[in-house]
Design a protein around this ligand. Sequence first.
Ligand SMILES: [Zn+2]
Length: 463
Amino acid sequence: MDLLIKGGTIVTAEKSTGMDIRIEGDKITELGCNLPVKGEKVIDATGKLIFPGFIDTHTHFDLDAGDFFTADDFESGTKAALVGGTTMVLDFATQNRGETLKEALLNWHKKAEGNSSCHYGFHMSISDWNEITKRELKEMTAAGVTSYKLYMAYDNLKVHAGIMYEILKAVKEEGGIIGVHCENGDLVNTLIREQKALGHLSPKWHPISRPAEVEAEAVNQLLTVAKLAEAPVNIVHLSTKKGYQVVEAARATGQQVFVETCPQYLLMEDSRYELDGFESAKYVLSPPLRKKEDIECLWKAWKDDKIDTIGTDHCSFHYKGQKDRGIHDFSKIPNGIPGVEHRPALLYTYGVTEQKITAEQFCAALSTNPAKLFGMYPQKGAIEVGSDADLVIWDPEYRGIITAGEQLQKADYTPYEGFAVTGRADKVLLQGKVAADQGKVTIEKAGRYVHRGPCQKTGLKVE
Ligand SMILES: [Zn+2]
């Protein structure tokens, strides 16, 4: 069934224009003013904004956390994403030590295939670097995986500087990009032990064990290594002003550094850790929530076009039955919060309507930059003739309140409980069909794997 979207305002990363959109099959085939109706179905988008489908650059669905899995798997997580306007997620396939990358990729395909209501791709987390892994990079490229993740924290995943150097060089040859979790894990382990020895066991000590310096030091180490390797790098979930200042200093020397931050680091302060009893466990994630000056720094950076992407780091755990694993020891609380459903509405409300950023900058960070950085532009991230018809028809007048009772995410709470929102995804088109309508999924499990090419932001030529 072909579609004509009439009367809306198309918003891209560059500009906003009143234009109609013709869709045939799963592609955009014509853009223009007052396009004639040729017997296809017409959607009246008067008063609405139309964005290219949003891409969440950072989710963890169906992740094994030891005693249990995350609250959301691909089935619930991608439905929640879709109703919020996110038409694609990039989830992290994780290589456990002893596994090949191929095994890790297969594991994640099994989790996602047939269960996903929005499109999906995978970043590959490397934890075991050896000759086999190195040879597998070519196979990953051939399989459409062109982005990787390295951890500087967590003992089971962490890689050291010399290994990071080798991986950065090898991935650069493939034209790929590496995202890095920047926290000095050795320091974190020591600071956790120190707090526990003092009898500090409640969640309020979590941020004390992961101060801003731990992030800034790791960013500095990473950028030093990346400079030596002459490789571009992406810093995921940057949370602090101190960390950002290190990025700015490196960029000033000409180094290519991309930055992702998350809604939680733009919208919530570390005062949440002062909540009574165990309540603050709802905000235990890493890096932790930060201070007002950090929040202000990140908004300013976004306004100045210095933030490239905004992902959620959606890694959801139930408050009852999962987070409470750490009721007597904050270091045992599983780290992470839900967010995939609410990212667009939150950032539109607190960014665009409060005029911290423009609608075009919102589009850039949530859709266009992710598509370019992760090698799928203009198939995704654009409203152009030939682009995939993954679109969000956005109602800027909608007003609502976020509450866990109404969410499709499976976690039994949301850290954004009670947040007022202005604007929401009215209709979400996935490959040319209305797959979500006013908060309800209308087509389930139609998401496809997106085979990606090399990074389109680094300007590197790949042989
Ligand atoms: Zn993450």
